[in-house]
Structure formats: structure tokens, C-alpha cells
Write a protein that binds this ligand. Structure first.
Ligand code: GAR
Length: 203
């Protein structure tokens, strides 16, 4: 059985969706840890309730990003996870970590990449005036929200949407797409060919 670990910075509803899928058996894996950069993250409470070890690395207490990332790398290595899931982890991951876990780190982003990378993706979508928005699960590479795409799901943007109403519609799809991608990884059904990802049929 594969070992997965989750990185989250805040509320952790995507982390919860993964925990629920583990509980339901739709993801066959063991969650071996949560790592957060934010001591106030509600994701910590979710981890404790699920009996999962939470490692808190308070980003603001570090003298530099380099010092923080050195501890983050060590914490990730200590997990001995097959897959790291960035579920609302709000920092750009440095090159050393991306390279250490190449092909074993995935991220959920609340936009149809490559549109609206970075922060406030839903606000960017509303302000741009797109008619379709959504979410993307992708591998993490050294760019920002730029790695090979595993799953995308779309939702309509309604004329009276604001950032929050659109985010509410998108997150429902996130909670389906992220566990689905984790399950595919755990079943060895994701094949990466350059930028393109092929989903293999069930064994
Ligand atoms: C989610 O919408 C996730 O896609 C987004 O933060 C939210 C976290 O919610 N992530 C990013 O914007 C990363 N660039 P959650 O803590 O309830 O899962």
C-alpha cells in the first residue's frame, strides 16, 4: 500500500476530502502525515481528529525561506511517502524539494491552468470575464502551477458571480478531482509523457 503525505496551509477542506476518500476505501493508501507552514491552520485539527501526525513548521518564525525549506525537506523525507499532496499549500516549493520528489508531488489549483496561475485564481477568473472556470490537479515542477496536468474539472461562471460564489462552485469540483488523482497515483495509473499525462485503465 502506498504512503501519502499532505501539505496544507489553511482550512484543509481538500485534505479532508482525501481523508474521507481514504476512509471510504476509494483511495487505497495510508496517510502518514500532514505538514503545514501555518500554526493556525485548521488542517492541523483535521489531522489530529484522524489520528494523523501533524508537523508544524511556522514559516514566519524562520529567518529565511532557505532555512524553512531545509526543515521542510527534512520533514518530507521523514515521512517516507510515495506521494506528497499539496492541498491548499500556499507557498511556492523551492527547487531542491521539487527535485527531491520529482513525479511524486501533486498540487490542486482553483483554475483551469495555464490560465490564472498564482494567488486569487478565482478573483482573476471573475475579473477577466471568462465564462468557464474550474480546477486543475497537476504535478509540481519548478515553475508556478506549471507541471503536467492530471485532471481538470470545469464549472460555469455566472453573470452575478463574485470571487466567493465562484470559489464555492469550484471547490466542490476540487473535492472530487483531488481524491480521484490521488487514487489514480496510488493505483499506478498515471503515465507522464513529456507534458502530457495518460490515465491508464484499471488493472
Ligand atoms: C483551494 O481552493 C485550493 O485549490 C487553493 O487554496 C484552497 C485551499 O482550500 N490553492 C491554491 O490557490 C494554491 N495556489 P482548503 O484549505 O479548504 O483545501
Amino acid at each position: 500500500m502506498k504512503r501519502i503525505a499532505v501539505l496544507a496551509s489553511g482550512r484543509g477542506s481538500n485534505f479532508q476530502a482525501v481523508l474521507d476518500a481514504l476512509g471510504a476505501g476509494t483511495i487505497r493508501a495510508e496517510c502518514v502525515g500532514l505538514i503545514t507552514d501555518n500554526p493556525g491552520a485548521y488542517a492541523i485539527t483535521r489531522a489530529r481528529e484522524a489520528g494523523i501526525e501533524a508537523t508544524v513548521l511556522d514559516y514566519r518564525a524562520y529567518p529565511s525561506k532557505e532555512a524553512y525549506e531545509a526543515d521542510l525537506l527534512a520533514a518530507m523525507q521523514a515521512c517516507r511517502a510515495d506521494l506528497f499532496v499539496l492541498a491548499g499549500y500556499m507557498r511556492i516549493v523551492g527547487t531542491a524539494i521539487v527535485e527531491a520528489f520529482a513525479g511524486r508531488m501533486i498540487n490542486i489549483h482553483p483554475a483551469l491552468l495555464p490560465s490564472f496561475a498564482g494567488l486569487h485564481a478565482q478573483r482573476q477568473a471573475v475579473e477577466y470575464g471568462v465564462k468557464v472556470a474550474g480546477c486543475t490537479v497537476h504535478f509540481v515542477d519548478t515553475g508556478m502551477d506549471s507541471g503536467p496536468i492530471i485532471i481538470q474539472r470545469c464549472v460555469p461562471v455566472l453573470e452575478d458571480d463574485d470571487e466567493d460564489s465562484l470559489a464555492d462552485r469550484i471547490i466542490e469540483e476540487e473535492h472530487r478531482a483531488l481524491p480521484e488523482a490521488v487514487a489514480l497515483f496510488c493505483e499506478d495509473r498515471i503515465q507522464v509523457e513529456g507534458r502530457r499525462v495518460r490515465i491508464l485503465p484499471p488493472a
